[in-house]
Structure formats: structure tokens, C-alpha cells
Design a protein around this ligand. Structure first.
Ligand SMILES: Nc1ncnc2c1ncn2[C@@H]1O[C@H](COP(=O)(O)OP(=O)(O)OP(=O)(O)O)[C@@H](O)[C@H]1O
Ligand SMILES: [Mg+2]
Length: 147
């Protein structure tokens, strides 16, 4: 029985995977950022592991996005979802980067920005968001995210 009221049951087993994710979080707490890819058969428990990681990171700012089949052709849809909570801070970015992200996310109209500029802007935004807390970016169902 689920006594915590969570929709998902507690994670069983997966000690090695949990250990690896715990280690990544500890490294990030010490200022050593890294990335991990969780892959496996459908239904094997990838999202459950991501949920475990998020639950283990109460001291992190968590940005999360999930690919959506209906939006797979929409450029930057998942990126917009990932960055949504940070968009209030766009004003801190260098002007060309701020303009690029503002157009990308449909906040202003303009010519489609250079992809390098968009990438730089996202990097700046993530660095900015990680000033006060370590930052955890969780991207699920990448098979449905635009290139
Ligand atoms: N280690 C585990 N202990 C208990 N329940 C688990 C475990 N792993 C997965 N589950 C349960 O199995 C179901 C499927 O898991 P999950 O949704 O995480 O799989 P997935 O790999 O993300 O699937 P998909 O490929 O469809 O996205 C969920 O109900 C989840 O709570
Ligand atoms: Mg899943």
C-alpha cells in the first residue's frame, strides 16, 4: 500500500542504478556537473529512475521536460518546457542571446535565430539558474523530441 499518497509505488531494487544516480547528484553538489543517459526497453523503469533522482534532489533546482509524440515536429517545444521556469530571468542574458531565445520561445516576433546563438543562450540561462542551487535537468522520452 502507498502510505505517502504518491501516485507511483516505491522503487524496488535497482541498487546499482540508484547508486550511480546518487553519485551524480553528489558530484553536482560538489560542483562537478555531468550527464547520464538512461536507456532500456519500454516499461523497464526509466521514468521511475528519473523520478527517483528528482526525489533525491530536494536541494536542486529541477528543470524537467518530456518528449511528446504529438509535438515531435515542433521545433524547440521540449526545450521551451525545460526552460519555462527560467524564462523570467531572460533579462540577465546578453542581448543577442536574449533576443534569440525570445524569438525561439515565441515571446517576440522576429527572424528565426541562429541555432548556435540559441544554444549559447540556453547554456547561459542554465549557468545563471545554477548560481544559487545545483541544477538538475531531466529530459524524458527523448525519442519524441525534435532534433
Ligand atoms: N524498480 C521498480 N520498482 C517498482 N516499480 C517499478 C520499478 N521500475 C518501474 N516500475 C513501475 O513500472 C511501471 C513502468 O515504469 P516506467 O514508466 O518508469 O517505465 P519506462 O521505462 O519509463 O517506460 P516507457 O519506455 O514507456 O517510458 C511504472 O508503473 C513504474 O512505477
Ligand atoms: Mg518512461
Amino acid at each position: 500500500m502507498d502510505l505517502d499518497g504518491d501516485a507511483r509505488p516505491a522503487l524496488l531494487g535497482r541498487e546499482a542504478e540508484r547508486g550511480a544516480l546518487d553519485e551524480l547528484l553528489d558530484d553536482a553538489r560538489d560542483g562537478r556537473g555531468n550527464a547520464v543517459v538512461v536507456h532500456g526497453e519500454p516499461g523497464i523503469g526509466k521514468t521511475a529512475l528519473l523520478d527517483y533522482m528528482v526525489a533525491s534532489a530536494p536541494d536542486f533546482q529541477v528543470l524537467r521536460t518530456v518528449g511528446n509524440e504529438a509535438e515531435r515536429e515542433l521545433p524547440f517545444a521540449a526545450l521551451q518546457q525545460l526552460c519555462a521556469t527560467g524564462l523570467a530571468d531572460l533579462s540577465q542574458l546578453p542581448e543577442p542571446q536574449r533576443d534569440a531565445l525570445s524569438v525561439t520561445f515565441g515571446l517576440v516576433t522576429g527572424a528565426p535565430p541562429d541555432r548556435l546563438l540559441v544554444s549559447l543562450a540556453v547554456l547561459s540561462l542554465l549557468s545563471q539558474l545554477s548560481h544559487d542551487h545545483p541544477l538538475l535537468c531531466v529530459v524524458d522520452d527523448t525519442q519524441w523530441i525534435d532534433r
